[in-house]
Structures are given as structure tokens and as C-alpha cells.
Design a protein around this ligand. Structure first.
Ligand SMILES: [Fe+2]
Length: 373
């Protein structure tokens, strides 16, 4: 039995200025962020920190090429703390940079994953409400040389502090809110169903689901695209709680099956998860209708005000109202790719598949892809 442990300190701040004062940010700190986040909020505080803007080294989700370019840029620079302010890409890159020695390249870190050590203290300020990555010790990098997204994981990659500042979500476009909150919801569900869940991680999964589902319902009923912003603090906290839950119990098949889609077709992570979610849950229901899944259905039923037997279908509907689910063929996936994905998932995603509610065979996985197609 793995003991529940929460490593990063977690603090909520009213705004970035309050955090900067308390942390005494200055010239010895490196702020890793995007210019569009830095310019309106941080620049005017004149903190004198060093900066590095990720988008200058590549766009989209983190790749080995992008991280190697950043490591090249940082070689020879003197700095102590890394303050990562951003979404999943920034956070994943920062965790890797925090354990990289000056001479390292990304492949070196995969090679010595078991013995990585923290080189820089790391503070993470999330600006989306999805990854929960501020409290986990894993980064997902698209290894372009291998054509696969793969996790790099180490106890050394935990942040020193996760700083939650709801105001940092203010400029989030609706699409990013939608995909990131869907990702957080799926973290809560997968960690809840995981055989590695414990009574404490379940509390965080349950509370994350409560915050997200009531927030979605209120935002959808309001009808305005910006309505979710009233609940920004709630979604930020929910994604943090879901991160704490999956940091302990792990994610599972939804994430495992979604990675090849993201890697090959560059679909946002939360969206590719959404594309797999319902069909993975249906396969779970088919293979093991009696079990923890019923506890999840009861929990969802209470939040969504329906009978447990309709709870998952109701959840898919609500999620569709937040972001319409696309079938795989609409994003360019071909039928020929499905058996290839199935093999890739079985070969490279055992870390996640081990957390499945019920074991999935190659035939099951191919069937899930075919139904989502
Ligand atoms: Fe995720």
C-alpha cells in the first residue's frame, strides 16, 4: 500500500503582487512563462527577475526539441529558484529544467530517471484549471524522435511550492477553460476508480468532482461564454484537488488511450481525453458492471440530480455542453491508425494501464478506439 503523501507546500494568494512580495522575488529568480502572461500582469511589478518565454522555443505541447532548446539557452546562466507561471506546457518544462544539470539534454534525463536530483527550487503558479500538474511529479514530453508522448517522473520533480492565484485565470480563452476543466474532471474520475486510490485521495477526487460539476452546471445554465470566470477560484482549486488525487492514485485508460492522439494529431490534451472518456467508461460498465464504478455513479447522480443508472450519460451531456465532443475521424484519425495506437498503448502506457478499474485487453482497446471513431 502506497502511503498518501502531499509534497509541495500549497498556498492561495490574492494576486501575483502579493505572492511576489511574500516570496521576495528578485534578480536571482528565473520566471519561466509566456510573454502574453508576463506583459499584462508581472512586468509592471518591476521585480528585476530573469525571464524566459517558452513560445520562443516552440509552440504547442512540450517536445524534446523545445526543452533541449531551452536547456541550451539556460546553459551558463546563473539563477536559483524557477518560478513557472503558465499552463501544462510551462509546468511540464519547468519540472524538467529543475532537475537538469547544465550539461543535460532531455534524453539524458529519461536515461537516468531513477536517480534525478533537484537542481533548482521550483515554484509553480498555474494559469489554467486543468493539469493539477503543480502538485504532481511527472512531465509529459512528446519525444519526437520516438513519435510518442512519454512521462518523465521523479520525486525530485515535485514543486517546492504550488501558488494558486485565481486572478491568473482571468485572460484564459473559453476553449482552454473547456479542455482544461474536462482534463481535471477526468483526473478526478480516473483517480477515484484507480485500484491505488485510498480514503484520502478519494476525498480529493470527490471534492474536485463536486466543484467542477456544480461550476459547469452554473456556467452552462448562465449561457454566457464568460460565465465560468465567476467560478475561476473554484475551478483552480478543483484542478488542484484532482491533481492531488491522481498524484496518489494515478490516471488510467482514458489518458493512456488519448496520448497517441495528442502525439500524432496535436489535439489538446483535455480534448483527446474527452474523445476517449465515454467509450472507456462504457467498456468498464460492460466488463465489470458491479464494483467501484457504482460508487462513482452514485456520487455523480447526487451532483447531477439524476438516478445513478443515468449518471454517466448525464455527465457526457453536461461535458458536451461545455465542449462538443468530436469523433476521432473528424480530427484526421484514420481506421488504419487504430490497431497501431492499440499496440503503442500496450507497449508504452503500462504505467497508466496498471491503474485501470478493470484490465483491458488489446481487443478491448481496439474496440474502444473503434467506438470513438
Ligand atoms: Fe490529464
Amino acid at each position: 500500500m502506497k502511503a498518501f503523501q502531499l509534497i509541495p507546500a500549497i498556498a492561495e494568494y490574492e494576486d501575483f503582487s502579493t505572492y511576489a512580495k511574500e516570496a521576495q522575488l528578485g534578480g536571482n529568480d528565473l520566471i519561466l512563462t509566456n510573454e502574453y502572461i508576463y506583459s499584462p500582469v508581472i512586468e509592471r511589478l518591476e521585480l528585476g527577475c530573469q525571464t524566459l518565454f517558452q513560445e520562443k522555443y516552440g509552440m504547442g505541447e512540450p517536445t524534446d526539441v523545445m526543452v533541449d532548446a531551452i536547456l541550451d539557452e539556460l546553459r551558463g546562466r546563473e539563477y536559483d529558484r524557477i518560478i513557472a507561471v503558465g499552463g501544462g506546457t510551462i509546468i511540464d518544462i519547468a519540472k524538467v529544467i529543475a532537475v537538469a544539470r547544465p550539461e543535460d539534454r532531455v534524453d539524458d534525463l529519461y536515461d537516468r530517471m531513477a536517480s534525478l536530483e533537484k537542481v533548482h527550487p521550483l515554484v509553480i503558479v498555474p494559469t489554467t484549471c486543468g493539469t493539477g500538474s503543480e502538485v504532481t511529479n511527472i512531465s509529459i514530453i512528446n519525444r519526437t524522435t520516438k513519435g510518442i508522448k512519454q512521462g518523465i517522473v521523479s520525486p525530485a520533480m515535485f514543486a517546492t511550492e504550488a501558488a494558486l492565484i485565481p486572478g491568473m485565470l482571468a485572460s484564459l480563452p473559453y476553449g482552454v477553460f473547456a479542455t482544461s476543466s474536462i482534463d481535471a474532471m477526468i483526473h478526478a474520475v480516473e483517480s477515484y476508480l484507480s485500484p491505488n486510490a485510498c480514503a484520502i485521495s478519494e476525498l480529493f477526487s470527490e471534492q474536485a468532482l463536486h466543484l467542477i460539476l456544480t461550476g459547469w452546471r452554473a456556467a452552462v445554465d448562465n449561457g454566457s461564454r464568460d460565465a465560468w470566470k465567476k467560478f475561476a477560484a473554484r475551478f483552480l482549486r478543483a484542478s488542484n484537488f484532482a491533481g492531488i488525487a491522481f498524484g496518489h492514485a494515478g490516471c488510467a485508460a482514458v489518458h493512456a488511450l488519448s496520448y497517441p492522439l495528442g502525439g500524432t494529431h496535436h489535439i489538446p490534451h483535455g480534448q483527446s481525453n474527452q474523445m476517449m472518456f465515454a467509450d472507456v467508461m462504457r467498456k468498464y460498465q460492460e466488463k465489470k458492471p458491479i464494483g467501484k464504478l457504482n460508487k462513482l455513479e452514485e456520487l455523480l447522480a447526487k451532483e447531477l440530480n439524476v438516478e445513478p443508472v443515468f449518471a454517466l450519460e448525464e455527465l457526457y451531456k453536461l461535458m458536451d455542453a461545455v465542449l462538443e465532443k468530436k469523433p476521432l475521424h473528424e480530427v484526421g484519425v484514420t481506421t488504419e491508425e487504430l490497431p497501431v495506437y492499440t499496440t503503442t498503448v500496450l507497449e508504452t502506457q503500462q504505467r497508466l494501464l496498471n491503474n485501470n478499474y478493470v484490465e483491458l485487453t488489446a481487443e478491448d482497446i481496439l474496440d474502444i478506439y473503434s467506438k470513438a471513431f
